[in-house]
Design a protein around this ligand. Structure first.
Ligand SMILES: Nc1nc2c(ncn2[C@@H]2O[C@H](COP(=O)(O)OP(=O)(O)O)[C@@H](O)[C@H]2O)c(=O)[nH]1
Ligand SMILES: [Mg+2]
Length: 274
């Protein structure tokens, strides 16, 4: 995902091994600093959004994604490329979502201010309390997830976004979907893991949204989601070629740690999948 990230791109993209994934798509929100031209010159597949906004980017680029797993990455210095293989390896362990957590294990964010550090803590705590999650980092963009999870969580449905965007006057730079994705994934019992991944400072460019407005809008989204009746639970799905009808009811969360306690900690919810 890029919006005027030429400085970061030049340093970060050479560290991304194309062999790690099947496909890399640069989704650009309308850069005017040469990001797109540089990426094309490197031979990258570039998609330029018709309108700005993170979520719009995801929606527009969605039909171009060939695989079952999506990994979202900011080449602005905040996401460590060397964590990509680990995120994908965890997905292979049959998780629905794996988050590069800035607050797990020995990871830390060097990009946080006092305000964003507190905000991240508060939001994550709220999701955990309201929806039974065990997140340490519920907001970060840097994560991998199954495409069908995002679809079942109905994140493309504007109804959960447009009213709060309007209320807070968010304008064309519409909200992203990670916070609601984390909330719903916990609520509906998807299997989530986190790996520790520090967040280095941003390289060049600048943050592209109004922090307080977005925070208020996301928080209201959580409350609306909490007030919304839980979907009745039978979801038709196909797992390993078998068509099953499974209850996506959450039951008791079972914390577990893998690969040596402090290396990777993960939580999963028992009974999440039939
Ligand atoms: N495709 C796309 N990328 C965007 C847009 N807005 C921001 N980005 C990129 O998304 C990434 C995360 O944005 P950033 O402002 O750094 O958010 P932060 O790291 O959470 O502070 C960066 O690589 C931005 O360049 C957009 O409208 N469309
Ligand atoms: Mg960033």
């Amino acid at each position: 995902m890029t919006l005027n990230e030429i400085d970061g791109m030049k340093i970060i993209m050479p560290k991304v091994d194309p062999g790690w994934v099947d496909q890399i798509i640069l989704c650009d929100g309308g850069s005017t600093d040469g990001t797109v031209e540089w990426a094309k010159a490197q031979g990258m597949t570039v998609y330029v959004q018709s309108r700005p906004g993170f979520r719009r980017g995801y929606l527009e680029v969605w039909p171009l994604i060939e695989g079952d797993v999506v990994l979202t990455f900011s080449p602005d210095g905040n996401s460590l490329p060397e964590k990509i293989p680990e995120l994908l390896a965890r997905i292979e362990d049959d998780y629905d979502m794996v988050i590069a957590s800035r607050y797990a294990g020995d990871a830390e964010s060097e990009d946080d201010s006092l305000l964003t550090g507190f905000g991240n803590w508060l939001f994550t705590k709220t999701i955990n309390v309201l929806f039974g999650g065990r997140y340490r980092d519920s907001l970060v963009i840097f994560r991998a997830y199954r495409k069908d999870m995002a679809e079942r969580l109905e994140l493309a449905d504007d109804g959960a976004f447009a009213p709060v965007e309007k209320l807070f006057g968010i304008g064309s730079r519409i909200l992203s979907w990670e916070p609601l994705m984390s909330a719903r994934a916990a609520r509906y019992g998807y299997r989530v893991a986190e790996i520790p991944a520090s967040e280095p400072p941003r390289i060049g460019g600048q943050r592209s949204f109004n922090l307080l407005l977005w925070a208020a809008a996301y928080y209201l989204q959580f409350l609306i989601e909490f007030a919304r009746p839980k979907k009745a639970v039978t979801v038709q799905e196909t797992i390993n070629g078998l068509s099953t009808v499974s209850a996506r009811e959450r039951s008791s969360g079972v914390p577990m740690s893998m690969n040596g306690a402090s290396e990777v900690t993960a939580w999963m919810v028992s009974g999440a999948r039939a």
